[in-house]
Design a protein around this ligand. Structure first.
Ligand SMILES: Cc1ncc(C[n+]2csc(CCOP(=O)(O)OP(=O)(O)O)c2C)c(N)n1
Ligand SMILES: [Mg+2]
Length: 546
């Protein structure tokens, strides 16, 4: 038992849980937490310029490290500013703990007009969190933070919010702390594994759809082993990108809005093993499964199973555990599988590459220059911008946790702050952010954060002087009636310099060279690249699979 304030208890509990860094923005109700960082060498506080960044940086950090990231904000506007970041983390199943201030306990829910007051604060974050809670006593701080960690380390990892009123943060009490815990991943039911194996034994053309859940569970080896054992082709969602190297002979890469090599292959599959995905691919074109294709659906979250296509076999378990069991079960069964021939996959890949070369020569050239400059373990954050979308399909990834998107939330502006969190988590790796002139503007003030804390992310800003996707939508769906989608921009290179970062402007064909130079300087750098407005994948007709 230790005698301390609620604010000190919060920081001590974080340390006890293994938290090394917190991303925060101060305000009167949370100053006791800020004060508790004073003179501590076992935990760092990074101050950002907008609360959205607290959640985004925590998310980027969490995605790279595979451990919860922590943000700290004032109540009311602070929480609301952070909520798009929570929504993004929710969509990609990222463990982000947001510590939120509150108004004085005695005033909560009375609509008195207290500073930053918002009624039912937790109701605002409930739809984008897995769990949220208000601390009522200093002594319960460690158990509440421990429970938030438990929620994020078990099942589907999604954001949590813990709010603490300022009177609790200021009060002194005796507090005892818990040790950080790890929890065993849930194993599959053996009967479901043998049912899945029986179905797979008859499969001629099995297809694995690997989602973000496979990355979260670290199932690279298992996905590879099952694919090789069955001769199964492997398609991934954007979130599952890189679960096996995308140049593996059985890899089809990403299926995105009905595009990508999976669009050619999916219609030929007879049994599909979907792992760690709700199978959003069902919504688009040729990647949609159709009867009589059978689905074996594996997910840690039972609510996901069969959501977009009925599952013949449902396996509720950790992806790695389930795949390990399935691989072992298949090895016990006599008779080799036929599966896909490597030529078939190579031909599909060729069709996909030809299609890209025909449809998007400029984006493909830019993306190959980026790939060429980056080592295998470099991290790319693909923003909500044209080159970002096309990177899903044209930027081969070879390792898990090296490629990040904002999933179905498609949060414009997430990319730069998420990159900063990623770089803090992996200071030794190159971290590159792809953004647009629209998206970068959301978080440009964080260039100051990058300079202040020496976070040398390289940001590629593609400037088409438009909210390009919306502009292009008007070109195609609205008969070229352009309204409200054109942008005036400053020189992003000059803006970067004014902040004390490095800024350069280059033509698209010089992106590779500029990236190489930027990575060598070790400084936060903005590379501004003028481009014409371009068509995103989701505004092109679907690929017609064979
Ligand atoms: C928070 C949010 N607001 C609005 C949108 C809608 N939206 C999607 S793409 C886009 C345009 C993005 O412009 P830019 O960053 O310049 O990229 P570009 O499309 O020009 O490549 C907009 C406004 C969104 N996805 N997220
Ligand atoms: Mg733009």
């Amino acid at each position: 038992m230790l005698q301390m304030t609620g604010g000190q208890a919060v920081v001590q509990a974080l340390v006890a849980e293994g938290v090394e860094i917190v991303f925060g923005l101060p305000g009167v109700q949370i100053m006791h937490i800020f004060d508790a960082f004073y003179d501590r060498s076992d935990i760092r506080l990074i101050t950002v310029r907008h609360e959205q960044t607290t959640a985004y940086m925590a998310d980027g950090y969490a995605r790279v490290k595979g451990v919860p990231g922590v943000g700290l904000v004032v109540p009311g506007p602070g929480v609301q500013n952070a909520s798009a970041g929570l929504g993004t983390a929710f969509s990609v199943s990222s463990p982000v703990l947001l510590l939120a201030g509150q108004i004085e306990s005695s005033m909560i829910g009375r609509d008195l007009g207290a500073l930053h007051e918002i009624n039912d604060q937790l109701d605002i974050v409930r739809p984008v969190t897995k769990w949220c809670y208000r601390v009522r006593e200093v002594a319960e701080v460690p158990t509440v933070i421990h429970e938030a960690m438990h929620q994020m380390k078990t099942g589907r990892p999604r954001p949590t919010v813990v709010e603490v009123p300022p009177d609790i943060l200021a009060k002194t009490a005796q507090v005892s702390f818990l040790k950080a815990e790890e929890y065993p991943p849930p194993r599959p039911h053996p009967e479901q594994i043998s049912r899945a194996a029986a179905l797979l034994a008859k499969a001629q053309k099995p297809l694995i759809w690997a989602g973000g859940g496979t990355i979260l569970s670290g199932a690279s080896r298992e996905v590879g082993a099952l694919a090789e054992g069955l001769g199964a082709a492997v398609a991934t969602t954007v979130e599952g990108k890189g679960i096996i190297p995308e140049d593996h002979p059985l890899s089809l890469g990403v299926g995105y809005y009905g595009h990508g090599a999976p669009a050619w292959a999916a219609p030929q599959a007879d049994v599909v093993i979907a792992v760690g995905t709700r199978l959003t691919s069902q919504m688009y074109g040729s990647t949609r499964l159709r009867s009589p294709q059978s689905l074996i659906h594996i997910d840690i979250d039972p609510t996901v199973i069969g959501k977009n296509y009925p599952a013949e076999v449902a396996i509720v378990a950790d992806a790695k555990m389930a795949l390990q069991a399935l691989v072992a079960e298949m090895q016990r069964r006599p008779g080799g599988n036929r599966g896909w021939s490597r030529q078939e996959i190579a031909e599909i890949q060729r069709s996909h590459r030809d299609w890209l070369a025909e449809k998007i020569p400029l984006q493909q050239d830019i993306i190959s220059q980026i790939r060429q400059e980056l080592p295998e373990d470099a991290i790319l954050i693909s923003g909500i911008t044209n080159v970002g979308y096309w990177s899903h399909l044209a930027y081969p990834v070879r390792r898990p946790r090296t490629y990040f998107s904002s999933s179905y939330f498609a949060t414009l502006g997430f990319e730069f702050p998420v990159s900063l969190g990623a770089k803090i988590a992996a200071p030794h790796l190159p971290v590159v952010c792809i953004t647009g002139d629209g998206g970068f503007m959301y978080a440009i003030p964080e260039l100051a954060t990058a300079v202040q804390y020496h976070i040398p992310v390289v940001t590629l800003v593609f400037v088409d002087n438009a909210f390009g996707a919306s502009y292009n939508d008007q070109q195609t769906r609205f008969n070229k009636r352009v309204v409200g989608t054109e942008l005036y921009n400053p020189s992003f290179a000059q803006v970067a310099e004014v902040f004390g970062a490095k800024g350069v402007r280059v033509e698209a064909k010089r992106v590779g060279v500029a990236l190489r130079e930027a990575l060598q300087t070790g400084r936060p750098t903005v590379i501004e690249v003028p481009i014409p407005t371009l068509t995103p994948p989701f505004q092109l007709p679907y690929v017609q699979g064979t």
